[in-house]
Design a protein around this ligand. Structure first.
Ligand SMILES: *Cc1c(COP(=O)(O)O)cnc(C)c1O
Length: 368
């Protein structure tokens, strides 16, 4: 009998996460030279110029370890959002903070609630900690169903993920809905509000989640990132806010130097770059409405998005359409892993990229 080293059993139910394919892989594998990626909700405008300049300046300092506490960056985030510095956590992407929150809060048998169609890392780290994942279906309009989530709470529930706006649907829960939900959730449950797409939201009904922290809530944790609107996905920089008591346990288990020298410098500068942010948001808004108009023209159903991507219903041929787009140099996101096999998630690109996507999609649909 062969003996192998077994991974711990928490890993057994985990399905390996497959991120959007990098452009270089598609070029190499399919022999294409002109490939665009509309699959990972990256910023098509590039990097915040202020962040880029700050990184260039910080480059000679990479022989030294970064400040493990990210003092200046956390202080700047605290000032920017009107909180105390010790209410701020930073990580190697928001992903890192989801991992840290899982390590800090989820024990064997603890229940975690999330939507069936939401960010896959919630499941992965819950399972890794040997927690039990409880999934709730979407409400009509591809929206997260807060009532179903509240109804699923038991005495073993430890954490609830409210992804707002939700990835991959792009939809929001409103301030009124979230207020009522937060009121209803018992104190022993940590509500993690993942606002990775916060900067893109233009709807006044969107919640002011900081109001819970200002009111002293101990069981609310807000996640944000520099990856999307600030154009720093490749650098890896995310941040989060919570009550002092909720944030403190993360410091025990965070990797010692989880935010590198360049990321700390870039984050500080990006926060000041309102011009880049406004430009990104404006271009995204134009692109979103262009995609809506084109999907309407093609008779395709889609979710109302408050993000830099749109979830569109292709039907049973979604897989074929995604593969055919790929072979024509356009990478989009299949949604089977989100429990939405008939859908594709399209990141909003530059006007040229969006037009190329629509023209190619139309050809493929007509040729079927
Ligand atoms: C992109 C994304 C993240 C992760 O962002 P990083 O900071 O790049 O790790 C977290 N949550 C959601 C919902 C996302 O879409």
């Amino acid at each position: 009998m062969s003996k192998t080293v077994r991974p711990q059993p928490g890993l057994d139910p985990i399905v390996t996460y497959i991120p959007g394919k990098p452009i270089e892989d598609v070029k190499r594998e399919l022999g294409l030279d002109d490939v665009i990626k509309l699959a990972s909700n990256e910023n098509p405008l590039g990097v915040s110029p202020k962040a880029l300049a700050a990184m260039r300046e910080a480059l000679p300092n990479v022989n030294l370890y970064p400040d493990g506490a990210s003092y200046k960056l956390r202080q700047a985030l605290a000032d920017h959002f009107g909180l105390l510095m010790d209410q701020v956590a930073v990580g190697n992407g928001a992903d890192d903070l989801i991992l840290e929150l899982s390590m800090a809060y989820i024990g064997e048998g603890d229940q975690v609630i999330a939507s069936y169609s939401s960010f896959p890392l919630y499941d992965i780290y819950t399972h890794a900690m040997r927690g039990v994942m409880i999934k709730t279906p979407l409400a009509p309009g591809y929206r997260i169903d807060l009532d179903a989530m509240a109804a699923a709470i038991t005495h073993r529930t430890k954490m609830i993920y409210v992804c707002n706006p939700n990835n991959p649907t792009g939809t929001i829960v409103t301030g009124e809905e979230l207020d009522a939900f937060v009121e209803r959730v018992p104190d022993h449950v940590l509500i993690v509000i993942d606002e990775a797409y916060y900067e893109m939201v233009e709807d006044n009904a969107f919640p002011d989640s900081f109001s819970y922290l200002r009111a002293g809530a101990r069981n609310v944790f807000i996640l944000r990132t520099f990856s999307k609107a600030y154009g720093l996905a490749g650098l890896r920089l995310g941040y989060g806010f919570g009550h002092l008591d909720a944030v403190a346990p993360l410091r025990k288990i965070k990797p010692a130097f989880n935010v590198n020298v360049l990321a700390q410098a870039a984050g500080l500068a990006a926060l000041e770059d309102t011009e880049f942010l406004e430009h990104s948001v404006a271009m995204n808004c134009t692109g979103r409405h262009y995609l809506y108009r084109e999907f309407d023209r093609l008779g395709l159903d889609y979710a109302q998005s408050h993000t830099n991507f749109v979830l569109v219903r292709i039907g049973p041929s979604a897989d074929y359409v995604q593969q055919t787009l790929l072979h024509r140099g356009i990478i989009v996101r299949p949604c089977a892993i989100y429990n939405l096999p008939e859908f594709l998630r399209i990141s909003i690109g530059t006007p040229e990229q969006n037009a190329r996507f629509v023209a190619t999609l139309e050809e493929i649909l007509q040729g079927q």
